[in-house]
Design a protein around this ligand. Structure first.
Ligand SMILES: Nc1ncnc2c1ncn2[C@@H]1O[C@H](COP(=O)(O)OP(=O)(O)OP(=O)(O)O)[C@@H](O)[C@H]1O
Ligand SMILES: [Mg+2]
Length: 236
């Protein structure tokens, strides 16, 4: 059995089904991506895993069924979600936003170590720790969102379109941080519209279309597959 194992997952908004029975697996230490265009259901999938919306089916994490868990149980289990659109508190400082990621933790020493880790991975944030989040650039805001997720001490980090709206250089810097987290043992589940980026950094990927997984495979294989090139990588 995989570490995170999703079987026949259905998700609903106001009774309307938007995920139609997904199967997906993530092994411990892996870097898995889900690519899909606008409205495919990527955010819904991550919100399902973090138990933010109503679902049917099974979500097993470390052998434990999470379907009836609350969001805070997921965080305690080590599932930390870095949401679409960053969702920072604009009138709080960088440091206050980072500390929000640790609000369930009682291990003061561990929290201090993780804050050092954030500043080591993302030195810009150390220089800006007392700056209001509202005054940061988009790239810096994404760095805070990732830093806040690190403060939750993730075992599984789910990332919702971290590249969205950012310039290529900033995107690369952010993906290097994600790669480093993965190399240091954090399991990554990334959803992205930017297929070339997602396939470059992940090991394995799923393709989501209209609430269904339509393809899956090693990322390197998918990145040269004709149907993927045509639909997601802008090739004829
Ligand atoms: N709060 C909501 N209420 C009702 N329907 C919703 C809600 N959020 C999303 N949906 C619908 O669910 C489907 C999947 O949306 P979702 O946001 O998961 O897609 P996505 O792949 O993340 O898209 P994007 O790339 O634009 O972020 C869409 O048809 C969308 O209109
Ligand atoms: Mg989305």
């Amino acid at each position: 059995m995989a570490w995170l194992e999703i079987r026949d997952l259905k998700a609903f908004y106001h009774g309307t089904e938007v995920l139609h029975g997904l199967d997906l697996r993530v092994d411990e230490g892996d870097f898995v991506a889900v690519i899909g265009s606008n409205g495919a259901g990527k955010t819904t999938l991550l919100r399902s895993i973090s138990r933010l919306i109503a679902v049917q089916g099974s979500i097993l994490f470390g052998g434990q069924d999470m379907v009836r868990s609350r969001p805070r149980d997921c965080v305690r289990q080590g599932i930390v979600h870095c949401p679409e659109g960053r969702l920072l508190f604009p009138e709080m400082t960088v440091l206050q936003n980072l500390m929000m990621g640790a609000f369930l933790r009682r291990d003061t020493d561990g929290v201090r170590q993780d804050l050092e880790r954030v500043y080591d991975y993302l030195p810009t944030l150390a220089n800006r720790k007392n700056q209001w989040a509202a005054t940061l650039s988009g790239g810096e805001q994404q760095m805070v969102a990732i830093g806040r997720a690190i403060m939750g001490h993730p075992r599984l980090l789910t990332l919702d379109e971290p590249s969205f709206g950012l310039a290529p250089l900033v995107v690369n810097a952010i993906f290097e941080v994600i790669k480093r987290l993965n190399a240091e043992g954090v399991t990554i589940l990334l959803v992205e519209q930017n297929a070339s980026l997602a396939l470059e950094f992940s090991r394995f990927a799923y393709v989501l279309e209209e609430g269904r997984i339509v393809d899956e495979g090693l990322s390197i294989g998918l990145s040269t597959k004709k149907s993927i090139l045509q639909a997601y990588l802008g090739m004829d």
